[in-house]
Design a protein around this ligand. Structure first.
Ligand SMILES: [Zn+2]
Length: 266
């Protein structure tokens, strides 16, 4: 079901050292973003589902960003927390595609906006790439650790060539040693899946353990790969290309990060 991205058997080009770090360095100014009033206290306070503010948006027809009123809110108590964001693929690795729409471009756009949103919340986004360059996915875990990040979200889009009926959101995790302490990658997967599924309003494939994916297997902090939807499904694709849905996806990912970090501090 997954597109195989991050798998150790994949075809990442050689000669990539430095790509990721170059991208992250360009983010140095992001935490200077002015921070408006706090409004995230309720998130994760009871370790609740994380669907806060998204519950009205899960029907197929709604495109109203449920979080429009909360934009720019500061994540109380989480200032300075570092979060690793990996927009899947990049450069010579295009990921999935449909026509001239490439996964690597869609997920980068979403990741950059998520980075901006995290910075607005007082968090520090660290991205594996901020432009269309190759990234060595075998080094994602190291990059996240070197930058002192507490969790990693790797953002992808699925595809099922030959079967356009496949649709939905899924979040992948590994139970590998060291992938989280009391708060695990599986816990992070549950939070992300709940929020992103609510935002996408597509089929809920759920969370899936995948030990064969290097990005997950090598992780020493809670790490997930979220497959937002299927590029090959007309409905999913339409949402992924929609400004309104992208805004909701970004907010869902932001909420997920906040809820996870709050729970990690309990
Ligand atoms: Zn992918």
């Amino acid at each position: 079901m997954a597109d195989g991205s991050g798998d150790a058997s994949g075809g990442a080009p050689d000669g990539l050292p430095g790509d990721g770090s170059a991208g992250a360095e360009s983010l140095s100014g992001w935490d200077d973003t002015p921070i408006p009033t706090p409004d995230e206290e309720s998130l994760g306070a009871e370790g609740s589902s994380g669907a806060t503010g998204l519950t009205a948006t899960d029907s197929e027809g709604s495109v109203t960003p449920a979080h429009a009123t909360g934009g720019g809110g500061k994540a109380d108590g989480l200032e300075g927390a570092r979060v690793f964001i990996d927009p899947g693929h990049g450069g010579n690795d295009w990921g999935t595609c449909y026509g001239l729409t490439y996964e690597k471009h869609v997920v980068l756009e979403i990741a950059l906006r998520l980075g901006e949103r995290l910075a607005e919340g007082g968090l520090v986004p660290c991205l594996s790439r901020t432009e269309d360059v190759d990234v060595d996915y075998l080094k994602i875990a190291d990059m996240a650790n070197e930058r002192g990040c507490e969790l990693t979200l790797s953002i992808h889009i699925n595809s099922m060539p030959g079967n356009p009926d496949y649709r939905g959101t899924e979040t992948l995790y590994s139970n590998g040693a060291g992938a989280g302490g009391s708060f695990t990658s599986k816990d992070l997967a549950s939070i992300v899946q709940s929020n992103v599924h609510a935002a996408m309003g597509s089929y809920d494939i759920g969370i899936i353990e995948r030990e064969g994916l290097a990005v997950l297997r090598l992780a020493t902090i809670p790490t997930v790969i979220v497959e937002l939807g299927f590029m090959t499904h007309e409905g999913d694709r339409g949402k992924l290309l929609s400004e309104e849905y992208r805004a909701m996806i970004v907010e869902a990912l932001y909420d997920s990060v906040v809820e996870a970090l709050v729970r990690m501090r309990v």
